[in-house]
Design a protein around this ligand. Structure first.
Ligand code: HEM
Length: 403
């Protein structure tokens, strides 16, 4: 297969309208360490092979996160949250900060959330089924669940969660909550400002009256003997909102689309509920919503025999590595019984997704409940993909859930 030698993997149209899987397959075979030309962003190295991805993930001293971890951050100015927000902090500060944030992902919280996830899923599905079964699965189901659960983790009261859902969708979403119109940069900035204000007030409240939530953990934590300042608290709340919101939604809707296209697989899940956790791993590999991560070389080095100079940007395409023929048999096949399945949808190494267990819990319960209650999933209209090189996903998925 021949492809133009200068494909721009940062071009968001590629993911809305193009065929990125074909581009990645070509690059893996012909130019696994590819110099992506300047286009939608400045030049960067693009890695599409699994083994090269692991090399970068496992060496944070050579490949830093502190100049931003996704394309789109200004390569000169760097990431304003560097050294403060968990995901853009390098060792030695990173593991200390991670220890604080991971205090919320303990078995006690996960146990509490399990019941909450199940009742929320039940409620969402009932709403759709009672309304004749037709819905936009993205906005009516998949998007609702993660925001509600993150609000629980952060300690947002139930009656403010709907409002937070709208703010979050506006600030970080691929479009407005109804999926009908683009959101302007000003609207996004305003919504993000409102989120920061809100968590600022919540932090002040939790300082006075502690709760059982992440904001409480952060405002009462100390790192190297110093309390975290208010900015540290806010950016780490934001890290969870961004990290756990759209990613989980896109895995859920991308998974449902793949299952809707293969009715025999839906039947298998209905007949064998114990197959759901293995199927969820394949949904994660197949959808890989966090399409890439970015690192910046701190010294001259090499990847796959290609010299990389200090200061150059290196982008690991998780979605491409998850289709690597050297690691996954028949990688372009959606196989819900795939085992082993060593996908890197959650990354690898020190920054491995802190919310992985929570995302798995949400997806497992969602597909378990759906397989129990829905006999058939029918596509009822055109599927619209997100226009972004950061998050791979679906903006609109019109379906009928037949019970
Ligand atoms: C980190 C993907 C769900 C919170 C990451 C990373 C990836 C990822 C690829 C690594 C980033 C890097 O190496 O630079 C995903 C996917 C999800 C998901 C695909 C769902 C399907 C969640 C959820 C939460 C969350 C539900 C929390 C509520 C985080 C945090 C980090 C992270 C805090 C930073 C960890 C660190 O830097 O130490 N995620 N994530 N994620 N994720 Fe997730």
């Amino acid at each position: 297969m021949g492809l133009p030698s200068e494909v721009d993997l940062a071009d968001p149209d590629l993911y809305a309208e193009g065929d990125p899987d074909a581009e990645w397959a070509w690059l893996r075979a012909h130019r696994p360490v590819y110099r992506n030309p300047a286009g939608a962003t400045a030049e960067f190295w693009a890695l599409t092979r699994y083994r090269d991805a692991l090399q970068v993930y496992r060496d944070p001293s050579t490949f830093s996160s502190e100049r931003g971890m996704v394309l789109g951050v200004d390569p000169v100015a760097g990431d304003p949250a560097a050294g403060r927000m968990l995901v853009v902090t390098d060792p030695p500060r990173h593991p200390k900060l991670r220890r604080i944030v991971s205090g919320i992902f303990v078995p006690r919280t996960m146990h509490r959330l399990e019941g909450r996830v199940r009742s929320l899923v039940d409620q969402l599905l009932h709403r759709v089924v009672d309304g004749a079964g037709r819905c936009d699965f993205v906005n009516d189901v998949a998007a609702r669940l993660p925001v509600a659960i993150i609000c629980e983790l952060l300690g947002v009261p139930a009656d403010e969660q709907d409002w937070m859902y709208h703010l979050t969708s506006t600030a970080f979403g691929g479009g407005d909550p109804a999926g009908s119109a683009e959101v302007s940069a000003v609207e996004r900035a305003e919504a993000y400002g409102d989120i920061l204000l809100y968590y600022g007030e919540l932090a002040a409240e939790r300082r006075r009256r502690p709760g059982d939530d992440l904001v409480t953990l952060l405002v009462h934590a100390d790192l190297d003997g110093e309390p975290l300042d208010v900015e540290d608290v806010l950016v780490n709340c934001t890290n969870l909102i961004i990290g756990g919101n759209e990613t989980t939604r896109h895995a859920a809707s991308g998974g449902l689309l793949a299952l809707a296209q293969r009715p025999e697989l839906w039947r298998r899940l209905r007949e064998t509920p114990t197959a759901v956790p293995t199927a969820v791993e394949e949904v994660l590999r197949w959808t890989t919503p966090g399409m890439h991560v970015l690192r910046t070389a701190t010294r001259d080095t090499e990847i796959g025999g290609v010299p990389i100079r200090a200061g150059e940007r290196v982008v690991v395409w998780n979605a491409a590595a998850n289709r690597d023929e050297d690691v996954f048999a028949d990688p372009q096949r959606f196989d819900i019984d795939r085992s082993p399945n060593r996908h890197i949808a959650f990354g690898q190494g020190g920054h491995h997704c802190l919310g992985a267990a929570l995302a798995r819990l949400e997806l497992t319960i969602l597909f378990e409940e759906m397989a129990k209650q829905v006999t058939n999933v029918r596509l009822t209209g055109p599927v619209r993909r997100v226009r972004s090189c950061v998050l791979r996903g679906i903006r609109a998925l019109p379906v009928e859930l037949v019970t």
